[in-house]
Design a protein around this ligand. Structure first.
Ligand SMILES: C[S@@+](CC[C@H](N)C(=O)[O-])C[C@H]1O[C@@H](n2cnc3c(N)ncnc32)[C@H](O)[C@@H]1O
Length: 398
């Protein structure tokens, strides 16, 4: 088990924050709570055995563990088989400890009899830690170098950004705020779409609401709060001007179709949790989804250095890359999602209304011209069988 001091309780929060950013921390607690947790864990039989005898795992455990993953995958639609096993093991043990269950077999039996536990395990494994302006220097760098490059393109009418694994939306809104600040009055002449997706419906619902508790506002200046938020009972709500740019949807980046024609993709603090094979598949998906001059932003503990044919590093510290074209030939096929992505309740600013999907996926007919063609090209991830989710028209005509 790994612990980090809750940054809220630390005099200097740099160290705990970077430990939390590494993705290896199981518990973020105050010093008093860490002591309580350690004392409780030392009395828990499963955790005691693991710490003294971890190299002698019973072989049957692998089998039982796979059954647990299968059960979660079937009931929650989240396939954790390509996630880093240590994280999944630790998280499962934490659920077992909190239920007072000492063996994996016991936990599998419990899962069978308590359908709600699969959702709890799934949520616990997903680690939805996020905050507004996480690693603030990244947003400064976007404003000084990346946004000018995106907007500087001749005749640019639309800006499309995708935040993969966006959790409860703070990162999406942080990007929207910085982009609005950068654009100023020019924002009125551009069609801005910022898509935020995550595998968890629960966090996506929170992101859509745009309501955050007072404690979530600590990284925001008074000016930003005054300009972009409205005080409500129990917290702050992101203003409609910002919310209207953002579209949230459930999406499993490991298997669902991506968006396309994107200027910037932010995929931060998610790849650290998955095995290299799945990392490569996702990086390749993101490369495919970017337009030829697009940019990729990763988390501080992540890197695209192993994919030099797909991405060129622009800022190694802040993990910003530009898409490379020409060297990487790929043909991607995407399986239809088990559950169609649910569109956001609010359509993006100046966009035609996005129709709600009714079943499955299909692409728009690209054989159109002018503005229609650009809408058709850019809507592959937003189509239902009959209606294009990007432009709101019947697939056959958009
Ligand atoms: C640590 S959070 C990162 C949040 C945000 N990007 C940030 O950096 O602050 C990781 C997120 O990845 C999401 N996630 C995990 N597996 C996913 C998948 N296959 N597809 C999409 N999102 C996924 C989790 O639900 C969780 O919200």
């Amino acid at each position: 088990m790994t612990f980090a001091q809750d940054p809220e309780t630390a005099k200097f929060d740099g160290m705990p924050r970077s430990a939390i950013d590494s993705g290896c921390i199981d518990f973020v607690l105050s010093p008093e709570k860490i002591a309580e947790e350690l004392s409780w864990m030392s009395k828990h039989p499963t955790l005691r055995r693991k710490s003294t005898d971890s190299h002698q795992e019973p072989k049957d455990d692998d089998h039982v563990f796979n059954s647990i993953l299968n059960l979660v995958s079937t009931s929650q639609g989240a396939d954790f088989s390509k996630y880093k096993p240590n994280t999944i093991h630790r998280r499962t043990q934490q659920r077992m400890a909190s239920l007072g269950i000492a063996s994996l077999v016991g936990y599998l039996t419990y899962l069978g009899g308590h359908p709600e536990e699969a959702a709890k395990l799934s949520n616990h494994v997903l680690i939805p830690v996020t905050e507004f302006f996480r690693n603030p220097e990244v947003f400064e760098d976007l404003t000084s170098t990346i946004y000018p490059a995106i907007v500087g393109e001749y005749g640019k009418e639309t800006i499309r950004i995708w935040v993969v694994a966006c959790s409860s939306g703070e990162e999406v809104y942080s990007l929207a705020i910085t982009l609005l600040e950068f654009l100023g009055a020019k924002a009125d002449n551009l069609h801005i779409q910022i898509f935020g997706t995550d595998i968890s419906e629960k966090v996506i619902a929170k992101a859509r609401s745009g309501i955050y508790p007072d404690s979530a506002m600590k990284n925001l200046s008074g000016d930003r709060i005054a300009k972009f938020f409205t005080k409500e009972t129990g917290g702050y709500r992101v203003n409609k001007t910002v919310r209207d740019l953002c579209v949230f949807a459930r999406q499993d980046v490991a298997k669902d179709p991506p968006f396309s024609n994107l200027d910037l993709i932010s995929c931060r603090n998610f790849l650290i949790y998955v095995q290299p094979e799945l990392q490569e598949k996702i990086i390749s998906t993101l490369h495919y989804a970017l337009n030829p001059s697009g940019f990729l932003l990763l988390g501080s503990a992540e890197s695209a250095a192993s994919y030099p044919l797909m991405f060129t590093p622009l800022n190694k510290k802040n993990k910003i890359y530009s898409k490379k074209i020409g060297n990487h030939r790929q043909q991607r096929t995407f399986k239809t999602s088990r559950t169609p992505i649910q569109a956001s309740v609010s359509p993006p600013a100046k966009a035609r209304p996005i129709a709600r999907a009714t079943s499955g996926w299909s692409s728009c007919n690209p054989a159109s011209t002018g503005r229609r063609r650009s809408a058709a090209r850019s809507c592959s991830a937003w189509c239902s069988k009959s209606t294009c989710r990007n432009c709101g028209r019947p697939v056959s005509t958009c």
